[in-house]
Design a protein around this ligand. Structure first.
Ligand SMILES: [Cu+2]
Length: 171
């Protein structure tokens, strides 16, 4: 085996291990599989709130969220915790600065192009959907090893005005 191949193997293994560890430490649950879905919850996004505003889930349950944006602005449905949202907000601001994210529209072509240089600009996260007005998308999430969850929108300004839903986990 040549040394470059070996090095890239080691690098890819350590990158994937870091991802796994990060997910575990975050305690937000994990991406769910379609075959494991226990329940479907329809979510409507408006300017700037969710309907419903609170979610009750059982620990271990897999939920399919059918998320629809009925507002006039771009919104995000992001399952995380306060610390993760705080970290994600500057990335969303950079999407605005790079003219990818506008108040009421997204440049998905540019998202794709720029994600090759800067992964954050692709906004590809298993715990989040980012939708333009009238768009809908499903998100399947397994609520295992999850605590202190917040579902929130990190489009600049929206978290600050309270576009946050609470999640109650029953054990
Ligand atoms: Cu929003």
């Amino acid at each position: 085996m040549n040394i470059n191949l070996l090095l890239s193997l080691i690098l890819s293994i350590s990158v994937s291990m870091t991802t796994v560890l990060a997910d575990k430490n975050m305690m937000i649950g994990s991406k769910g599989l379609p075959k494991d879905v226990n329940r479907i919850i329809k979510v409507k996004m408006y300017d700037n709130y969710y309907e419903p505003k609170n979610f009750d889930v059982k620990s271990g349950e897999t939920i399919k969220f059918e998320v629809e944006n009925l507002g006039e602005l771009v919104h995000e449905f992001n399952i995380g915790n306060a610390m993760m949202h705080k970290k994600h907000q500057p990335e969303m601001q950079r999407m605005v600065d790079n003219e990818i994210l506008f108040a009421d529209t997204l440049d998905r072509e540019k998202m794709k192009k720029m994600s090759k240089m800067d992964k954050a600009m692709g906004h590809s996260h298993s715990n989040s959907v980012l939708l333009q007005p009238k768009e809908k998308q499903d998100l399947i999430w397994k609520f295992e090893n999850a605590m202190d969850l917040e579902i929130a929108c990190n489009v600049p300004g929206h978290y600050e005005v309270g576009m946050i839903a609470t999640v109650n986990i029953k054990y």
